[in-house]
Unconditional design. Sequence first.
Length: 163
Amino acid sequence: MWKCKCGESHDDSFDSCWSCGAVNPTVTSLSESEESRPVSAAGKPKKEREEARRSSASVSHATRYRDAYLVAKATAAIGLVVKAVGVGLGVLIIVAVVIIGSQNDGSAQLFAGGLLLGVVVGIPIYVLGVLVSAHAQVLRATLDTAVHSSPFLTKEEMAQVMA
């Protein structure tokens, strides 16, 4: 058994940590002649197996991060739509009351009531949209941190995912 620097314990048969990707410190590096020799049942040198494992993990992580950024963008768009609905509904109520009031010898009480109704309906919906948009921003910030600190992505992959 060996213990990784991140605290995970692993069987000696594992070359690297499943959690952080760190290499088993008890494994000695292979010389050039040993690297070219097949050391697995598949006939691949240890270096090629490690690169293939990291490559598949990198693709998997990059796809997961791209999907998460898509969710963040969709959440931000939903927040924008909710804010627009709040403003639109409030304005619509106010305009409808003004039109109805002008056709029926509009009193000041009718106009004040319509204005109040428009504000009471529109503002809470708008605030809900702000909260949804804020959630999207928090999700983006969390993803930026996760992508930037991922040991499975190269700098180029990080730039592609965050773009």
